[in-house]
Structures are given as structure tokens and as C-alpha cells.
Design a protein around this ligand. Structure first.
Ligand SMILES: *Cc1c(COP(=O)(O)O)cnc(C)c1O
Length: 467
């Protein structure tokens, strides 16, 4: 499989190089040159297979020509061996036609473990074979950082630097990152917002000398492997609910548009998906876009669902490229307008075709608390604030055809004890595998949102210098 950049000015690369480079050198994101797809019969044949077996079938076309089945299978099995549920991603029913897909049984209790556990293993496999080192730099609004650190800690060929916005992640999210005591792990608390952190990471990638000197690599959802791994649970859950004979809709709590884009990829690959409902919080740029073609940046506001406190969703570029039928000129113009004016509009035809699959719904903090409370009362199920936005979106856009709707539960409620307590009067118990972090020592530096200062810090702390 070959990959091309959404901006059309970077070399065509194979899977391993796409994984190692993360962002394309022209600033674009890599996508497969064409979408692999399964026939209805091939999809039917997946019924009854385990999570790992489906993962192998779904991801194999993307690594084809570079990794063999046996290696891929071994990496998949290892990646999901530490998940706390035999199904890996279990479904629970909350209403007629409505399910919650629990994606929080991984080591850091957020859905990002699905992609990052596999990415960490793939990095190690490829770097050992190539005898290379990389320096990972990433920005996190909460969950990416801990999942990435958990996946990369103690690995010989990797240094990892994670930037988080000071005071804007939950205490548990911060402690999950800062209590990992590994020499190759570096936490940086940035005096700014998540978008500032993301900009700093983009600037480091944009500096070719810096990028090459330190072999920079990305674990944010700009990395194709993140999307690829997330496609799998759309397949497993849709199959469990009757696909390919039934059409399934998904409501997806959205920040960087990676998770919901993985659903779009699953649909492109032939999975019978009816709708993808983008759930946003008060940072509703994506809802405004799908509702009225209004993609304009507003200041980021802090909400009870911090992992969605994002205005500029990196992966949206992948959707624009696909809607433009791989015309990178359309992407370059849209991005330029967005950067220059803070505003972008897509040609009406593209918006119309997006709307055939996508819908959107937003939910503010008060609504989030109300959803958590009502689900607890009606089903005795406790969800986290991100998941609450998805459940609201699922209810608002429930299929008129009576088809199943699945709301993605992206984090364990125990990661957000204060919000949950505000909704139901008590906080959920922190699962045993995390209880040690509340008393362990934290290690991080605080730096201003200044690119030179951050680069200097990375340069002096990366072991890969000169090697
Ligand atoms: C990262 C994250 C999201 C947003 O996912 P994207 O792929 O960035 O859209 C939603 N909920 C939780 C809990 C997350 O950690």
C-alpha cells in the first residue's frame, strides 16, 4: 500500500515510512492512495471472529507489502493482551436500538490505547529492524499523552516528549503521564491552551533541520496508524449488531476528528454504516460546519470534556481531501484561507456529500451533567463527560429507520471524578491498575508557549542527538 499527502507536495511513501514520519513534509497528512475494500460476503465471513482476528483482517491491506501476517498478528495480540475485558471493546445496550461501545478497557482507560498500544509495538518492530532511533513529540489535551507514554515507556529506540496545557487536564490525566518514571519519558507543561501545544508541535515538525536532526516522529492522530487501528472497532461492533445485513450509526465524541474519521474509513472499506454523528461540546466548530458550512475559529473554552476542547481539528483535512476526490489543490486553498482568515467554507457540493454520511450535535456542560445523571438513574450506567456528548448526539439523531445507533464511550468515568460526582453525587472508584498514581511522585517541567524554549529543551534532553 502506498500513501499520499493531502497537500500533494510530499513524496509518496510506504506504510513504515508513513508511520515513522507522522506528518508529511509539506505539512499535509498521509492517506492511502486508494481505499481497500471488502465485499459484503467477505464482511459476513468475519462474523463470529475475535477482536484480534478482525483486527488482522482489517489492518492487513494497509501494511501490505511491508509486514507479513505472522508479524502483524503477533503485534496485535501483544497490543491488546493488557486490556481488561475479553471482548476488548464490549457493547452494552442502554435503550431499544441504542448501545454504548466501551472503549476504555485499555491500560490508560481511554480509547486511545487501541491505537497507541499497537503503534508502540509497530515502532519497536520497525526501529529494531532498521537500527534507528526516533524522538516523539506530541501534544495532548489529556488522554493522548498518557496513552502514548504508556505505549512508549522503557523502549530503547524512542524518546518521548509530551506537551500538555498547564492546568487544563484533569489531575488524574496529568498524573497518569507525570508519574511514569522512565528515562525516555519527558513531560512538558505548557503555559497555554491545547491549540498552543499543538501549534508548537507543528512548528517543530515544520523546521526541517530540527526534524531531521532529531528524527522527529508523531503519535498524535495525524499519524496514520492511529486511524488505521481505530477502524477495527467499528467493524467488530457493527458485526456484533448485525452488519452487513443491518446499517449501523455511530455517535462519536470528537476533538481532532481522528476517531470519527476512522468510522468514515470503515464505511469506505465497505462496512454498512448509516450515519456518523459528530458530537461536540461548547467548542462547536464542527457542528457549525456540518449544520451551516460555517467553519470559523473561536477562542477555545474549557469544558467538562477537556479532550474535546479543540477548535482546529487536524484530521478534518483528511476528510476535505477525500471529499475533493483527492484534489490537493482544494485542500491547500482551504487550509490557506483558514490560516489567513480563521474561516473556511467548502464548495456546496462537497458539503452536501459530507452530509450524506455526517450529522453533528453539540452539548454544553449543563447538558453533560444531565446526561450522566439520567443514564445513571435509568440504566445504572455511569459514563464520563466525553461519552455523555456522544449519548446526547445519538439520541438527538436516532435513526428514523430503526437501525442501531452506537455511542462511543471514549474514556472511563473514573478519569473524571469531579464531573461525575457533580452529576450523581459520588465519584466512581478508580480501577486498581491506576490507584498508585495518586500518591506517586510527579515529574514534569513548566515552559512558556515559546517555540525556541521548547526546541531547546527537546534538543538537550533527547538521547538520539548525534546517534
Ligand atoms: C481524544 C479524545 C476524544 C476526541 O477524539 P478525536 O479522535 O481527537 O476526535 C474524545 N474523548 C476522549 C475521552 C478522548 O480522549
Amino acid at each position: 500500500m502506498k500513501y499520499i499527502s493531502t497537500r500533494g507536495k510530499a513524496p509518496v511513501l510506504g506504510f513504515e515510512d508513513v508511520m515513522l514520519s507522522g506528518l508529511a513534509v509539506d505539512g499535509g497528512l498521509y492517506v492511502p492512495q486508494e481505499w481497500p475494500s471488502f465485499t459484503t460476503k467477505q464482511i459476513s465471513e468475519m462474523q463470529g471472529s475475535s477482536y484480534n482476528e478482525i483486527a488482522e483482517k482489517v489492518t492487513m491491506p494497509f501494511v501490505d507489502g511491508e509486514l507479513d501476517n505472522v508479524t502483524l498478528r503477533k503485534l496485535i495480540e501483544d497490543s491488546y493482551s493488557r486490556f481488561g475485558h475479553p471482548d476488548k471493546a464490549p457493547l452494552i445496550q442502554i435503550e431499544k436500538n441504542m448501545w454504548v461501545l466501551e472503549l476504555f478497557h485499555g491500560p490508560t482507560l481511554a480509547f486511545k490505547d487501541f491505537a497507541l498500544q499497537l503503534l508502540g509495538n509497530l515502532f519497536e518492530e520497525v526501529l529494531k529492524r532498521r537500527e534507528q532511533r526516533i524522538t516523539i513529540v506530541g501534544a495532548t489535551s489529556g488522554d493522548t499523552g498518557s496513552a502514548a507514554i504508556e505505549a512508549c515507556k522503557f523502549r530503547d529506540n524512542i524518546d518521548i516528549f509530551i506537551l500538555h496545557p498547564e492546568g487544563r487536564t484533569s489531575e488524574i490525566q496529568r498524573r497518569q503521564m507525570t508519574t511514569v518514571d522512565a528515562k525516555n519519558v519527558h513531560n512538558i507543561s505548557i503555559q497555554g491552551s491545547f491549540d498552543d501545544c499543538q501549534d508548537l508541535v507543528k512548528l517543530m515538525f515544520g523546521d526541517m533541520d530540527f526534524r531531521n536532526n532529531h528524527n522527529l516522529s508523531a503519535v498524535n492522530s495525524i499519524n496514520w496508524v492511529r486511524i488505521m487501528a481505530q477502524v477495527v472497532y467499528y467493524f467488530t461492533s457493527a458485526l456484533a449488531l448485525g452488519a452487513p445485513d443491518k446499517k449501523i450509526s455511530y455517535a462519536v465524541p470528537t476533538g481532532n476528528f481522528g476517531d470519527v474519521f476512522a468510522g468514515y474509513v470503515a464505511k469506505k472499506m465497505g462496512l454498512s454504516i448509516e450515519r456518523l454523528i459528530v458530537a461536540t461540546n461548547a467548542n462547536d466548530i464542527l457542528s457549525r460546519f456540518f449544520e451551516r458550512n460555517d467553519m470559523s475559529v473561536r477562542p477555545v473554552v474549557s469544558t467538562l470534556s477537556p479532550s474535546m476542547d479543540i477548535q482546529v481539528s487536524s484530521n478534518f483535512e483528511r476528510l476535505v481531501f477525500d471529499l475533493a476526490q483527492n484534489d490537493s489543490g482544494v485542500v491547500r486553498r482551504a487550509i490557506k484561507s483558514f490560516r489567513d482568515t480563521g474561516h473556511m467554507e467548502l464548495p456546496f457540493g462537497m458539503l452536501e456529500s459530507a452530509r450524506q454520511t455526517f450529522a453533528a450535535a453539540r452539548l454544553e456542560d449543563e447538558g453533560i451533567l444531565a446526561v450522566i445523571r439520567s443514564l445513571w438513574k435509568s440504566c445504572n450506567v455511569v459514563v464520563d463527560p466525553h461519552t455523555a456528548t456522544g449519548i446526547h448526539a445519538a439520541k438527538e439523531k436516532l435513526s428514523q429507520h430503526g437501525n442501531p445507533v452506537v455511542a462511543l464511550a471514549t474514556a472511563h468515568p473514573a478519569k473524571f471524578p469531579d464531573s461525575v460526582a457533580a452529576a450523581i453525587g459520588h465519584s466512581p472508584r478508580l480501577p486498581d491498575k491506576l490507584s498508585h498514581i495518586m500518591s506517586a511522585d510527579e515529574q514534569y517541567v513548566v515552559l512558556p508557549a515559546d517555540i525556541e524554549t521548547v526546541k531547546q529543551y527537546v534538543a538537550t534532553h533527547a538521547n538520539s542527538v548525534g546517534s
